[in-house]
Design a protein around this ligand. Structure first.
Ligand code: GDP
Ligand code: MG
Length: 162
């Protein structure tokens, strides 16, 4: 089975940027996977001959009511479909209340998620990530999606774990 990787996190943390870096063909839609619906964005990735599917989502704000309800539903659907859940946060913005709510939400799904600190460019990645250890994830990656930094080594470890 081709592993499925879901990207979740607040809007603007860099999920779509990471999606584009992880997929060979930009915005490639994957139609031949039963059980996957099309209302989230699916892409086809390949890391050293290992194929994977990546799901981009609109984002979670932590406010699961009101206007964000549909976006939240999509994100949680992606989490359910995924073998690997990547929870992206913004290393420039630092830890926000929204991140904490999403972390709680993910914890309640019972599915293991990996914390990915993005936008670590232009600063010490360890300093950028320090804030986020409070969220209690055992697996933390530091990347700069816009600069294609940290993504390959992250995939190596994630796919190696399966
Ligand atoms: P999404 O809403 O989570 O999908 O976030 P986007 O991928 O649309 O990115 C939001 C903004 O963050 C855009 O302006 C990106 O160019 C910027 N961005 C994404 N990744 C990085 C990064 O690694 N470093 C920096 N400095 N900016 C980034
Ligand atoms: Mg996006």
């Amino acid at each position: 089975m081709t592993p499925v990787i879901a990207l979740v996190g607040r809007p603007n943390v860099g999920k779509s940027t990471l999606f584009n870096q992880m997929t060979r063909s930009r915005d490639a839609l994957v139609a031949d996977f039963p059980g996957l619906t099309r209302d989230r964005k699916y892409g086809d990735g390949n890391y050293e001959g290992r194929r994977f599917i990546v799901i981009d989502t609109g984002g979670l704000t932590g406010d699961e009511a009101g206007l964000d309800a549909e976006m939240a539903r999509q994100s949680m659907q992606a989490v359910e479909e995924a073998d690997i859940v990547l929870f992206l946060v913004d290393g420039r913005a630092g830890l926000t209340a929204g991140d904490e709510m999403i972390a709680d939400h993910l914890r309640r799904t019972g599915k293991k998620a990996h914390l990915v600190v993005n936008k670590t460019d232009g600063q010490d990645p360890d300093v950028a990530a320090a804030d986020f250890y409070a969220l209690g994830f055992e697996s933390v990656y530091q990347i700069a999606a816009a600069h294609n930094r940290g993504i390959r080594s992250m995939l190596e470890l994630l796919l190696g774990e399966l």
